[in-house]
Design a protein around this ligand. Structure first.
Ligand code: ATP
Length: 250
């Protein structure tokens, strides 16, 4: 079961040469809460997730349940209970859907574009994998190869793989992009229940303003790597600076 733990990000910075992709970001996500991250292309949203997971080095402090993570490897952070999905999905194409989910569950594995070096254990699916299958309604696809699935289903598999490790903190990078209206609604409902019923702390990068309003308890708006507004969706999405930086872009 999910072990509830809050995520704290304090003065986090990531630089790529002269580019400050993340520039002193402060945020927190409590168990049971969905916090949205909005911002124009290049605002630093994905890099923020990369920093939290340890995929890129960062300055500042990141804490899970009050424990500092700065000295913990990406793999160690995954084991500690931080999971993510990727915008590019990163499904392992030569494993079945079930095996992809087992990779997420077995070791709360840190996966990367090199993840096809990872192989799941065999045997019966764990209870955690079965719960992930049920919540995303993937029961009819467990033996399919990812390449046989629609874009919508592939996105659900990527989300299920992140969920299958029952992480305390779930970081989702545009889980709804490329989905139709109905699929977006479904993913929105799943994200809410992962927070409310499973107790995860969810950080959600999302461009769809309507979805953000319905799904997120709070929003953090980024522009050029900095937080320019933070608060309820209604508050943040009515800020002139956010309208200029974000809404003008979509
Ligand atoms: P999008 O909405 O397009 O996904 P984003 O808000 O996720 O954008 P990032 O992908 O985090 O933005 O990029 C933030 C900035 O960092 C951009 O200026 C980008 O060009 C730069 N950047 C990201 N990754 C790298 C990298 N590996 N090397 C150099 N620059 C990078």
């Amino acid at each position: 079961r999910v072990r509830p733990a809050a995520l704290h990000v304090r003065s986090v910075q990531v630089a790529f040469g002269a580019v400050r992709a993340v520039d002193g970001v402060e945020l927190h996500v409590e168990p049971g809460e969905v916090v949205g991250v909005v911002g124009a292309n290049g605002a630093g949203k994905t890099t923020l997730i990369d920093a939290i997971t340890g995929f890129v080095p960062s300055a500042g402090a990141i804490e899970l349940g009050g424990q500092p993570l700065s000295a913990v490897s990406a793999y160690g952070r995954a084991r500690a209970g931080i999971a993510r999905s990727w915008q590019s999905l990163e499904l392992i194409e030569d494993l079945t859907v079930l095996e992809n989910l087992r990779v997420g569950s077995d070791a709360r594995t840190w996966w990367s574009p090199l993840a096809d070096m990872v192989r799941p254990k065999r045997g019966e699916p764990t209870a955690a994998v079965r719960r992930a299958v049920d919540v995303l309604d993937l029961g009819g696809h467990l033996g399919d190869m990812p390449g046989e699935l629609s874009t919508g289903k592939r996105k659900l598999v990527a989300l299920a793989r992140a969920v299958a490790g029952e992480p305390s903190v779930l970081l989702l990078d545009e889980p709804c992009s490329g989905l139709d209206h109905h699929e977006r609604e479904e993913v929105g409902k799943v994200v809410r229940s992962l927070a409310e019923e499973w107790g995860m702390a969810v950080l959600l990068i999302e461009h769809d303003v309507h979805l953000v309003r319905r799904v997120c308890d709070r929003i953090v708006a980024l522009d050029f790597g900095r937080v320019i507004a933070e608060g309820t969706p209604d508050h943040v999405l009515s800020e002139p600076a956010v309208m200029a930086a974000y809404l003008g872009d979509v």
